[in-house]
Design a protein around this ligand. Structure first.
Ligand code: MN
Length: 241
């Protein structure tokens, strides 16, 4: 079985979600061939020296699943794109470029975080180009961690006030961008997260049946896409208590 998750946005302010995720990882030990984390595992990641209180717990739970024989793949989201080799080595995750095509039970499947599909959000795409620039990343990572935390808090506050002013349509994927990237990679199936709008969209792409599966966030519950030879199931995990 192969599992896909994204948009957990793990942070100290939501301990129940952290607990749900740790229990989810523990339950998968010995059950699951591969786990794909398609970005925004963390609410924020300020560099692999980020010593936030729960990071060590998450890393060791991932490591235990990896050691049980599950291949774990991590793709960057727009919140945790500074995750790098040290995190990968400690957790046992393999870093996966965005986009990537995998063979999922015989079907070529395109995996993305999803933020690059939101091309109507011009302001965000401009910020993304700067944030993903290697030179600006190196400058940022050379700052003391406490200063990085302050900068991240300010950027977050700005982004939240901008998000409130944006229409929901602007923050969803652009259908032409979806078609273009699926054509470019010659796939009829795409799995992504980011928009927090879990759904299975069946549509037609150049006369062929195509499918876009959107993973859900982990706010009020967990969201997991389970895939085996029998098919794909988008499921939820209830928060206990
Ligand atoms: Mn995202």
């Amino acid at each position: 079985m192969t599992l896909f998750i994204s948009d957990l946005h793990l942070c100290a302010q939501r301990p129940a979600i952290l607990q749900l995720f740790i229990e989810f990882l523990n339950r998968q030990a010995g059950q699951c061939d591969a786990l794909y984390i398609l970005g925004d595992l963390f609410e924020a990641w300020l560099g692999d020296d980020d010593d936030g209180p729960d990071n060590a717990r998450v890393i060791s739970a991932l490591r235990a699943l990896h050691d049980s024989g599950t291949a774990i793949y991590f793709m960057h989201g727009n919140r945790d794109f500074l995750i790098a080799e040290k995190f990968a080595a400690l957790s046992g995750c393999r870093l996966l470029p965005d986009p990537s095509v995998i063979d999922l039970n015989g079907t070529p499947t395109l995996l993305m975080h999803g933020d690059t599909l939101c091309t109507d959000d011009v302001g965000y795409q401009r910020f993304r180009r700067l944030a993903r620039n290697r030179f600006s990343q190196r400058l940022f990572l050379n700052l003391p961690l406490a200063l990085r935390r302050r900068i991240a808090r300010r950027l977050r506050a700005q982004s939240m006030s901008r998000t409130l002013a944006k229409s929901p349509a602007i923050m969803d994927v652009n259908a032409r961008s979806v078609a273009a990237v699926m054509r470019q990679h010659r796939v009829t199936r795409l799995i992504h997260g980011h928009t927090h709008r879990p759904a299975v969209h069946d549509f037609e792409l150049d006369g062929r049946a195509a499918q876009r599966i959107v993973l859900g966030d982990w706010y009020a519950q967990g969201s997991v896409l389970r895939c085996d030879a029998r098919g794909l199931h988008l499921t939820t995990l209830p928060l206990s208590g």
